[in-house]
Design a protein. Structure first.
Lengths: 113, 112
């Protein structure tokens, strides 16, 4: 079991560039989510999904797109990167029923210049 | 929308002292979870509370869920240097809401 994997670990972008942060889990979890973590702001929910084909917005969705074509993968797309999107991004997954324990990936540290 | 606040933002204690962090939600929660994040790491699940007034213990850690299911606390007895990190609560609203909203976190520093 690899758990939750995220790629890349580090990324530097220029303002206006686009990119996709990858997230995959091998635990057959229905629920997957993306958070960004900034100093003093905690973890803020960007988008989440309760199953393949179903996504919804979190607290800070602007500037990000997601899709969920399979149970395993939940990529996060930055459409036109801005310096305000400099952050650490975490992907997490869990079952919808039962203990709901969230398993987090190792994170992606993104810098937008 | 649902907001989850934690206090204090930062706590510095001497090893052996107790520590408490408090979590308050703007809405009633169906359940609350607690996570610990070591410096440079990712959040790791500690526990989930579901019932009103529930109290759970894990060794030196005591977790409480308020009667109104809008607040929670984590108390650590006799802190150790291994307790260093940021502690987050995370709440899931009731009804059809599945999203999990994290609190702002409390950073605990323990001086040996």
């Amino acid at each position: 079991n690899a758990g939750v994997t995220q790629t890349p670990k580090f990324q530097v972008l220029k303002t206006g560039q686009s990119m996709t942060l990858q997230c995959a889990q091998d635990m057959n979890h229905e629920y997957m989510s993306w958070y960004r973590q900034d100093p003093g702001m905690g973890l803020r929910l960007i988008h989440y999904s309760v199953g393949a084909g179903i996504t919804d917005q979190g607290e800070v969705p602007n500037g990000y797109n997601v899709s969920r074509s399979t149970t395993e993968d939940f990529p996060l797309r930055l459409l036109s990167a801005a310096p305000s999107q400099t952050s650490v991004y975490f992907c997490a997954s869990s079952y919808l029923q039962g203990p709901h324990e969230q398993f987090f990936g190792p994170g992606t540290r993104l810098t937008v210049l | 929308g649902q907001q989850v606040m934690q206090i204090p933002q930062y706590q510095h204690v001497q090893e052996g002292e107790d520590f408490t962090t408090y979590c308050n939600s703007s809405t009633t929660l169906s359940n609350i979870q607690w996570y610990k994040q070591r410096p440079g790491g990712h959040p790791v699940f500690l526990i989930q509370l579901v019932k009103s007034g529930e109290v759970k213990k894990q060794k030196r850690l005591t977790f409480q869920f308020g009667e109104a299911k809008k607040n929670s606390s984590l108390h650590i007895t006799a802190t150790q240097t291994t307790d260093v990190g940021t502690y987050f609560c995370a709440g899931r609203g009731g009804g059809a809401t599945n999203k999990l909203i994290f609190g702002t976190g409390t950073l605990l520093a323990v001086q040996p």
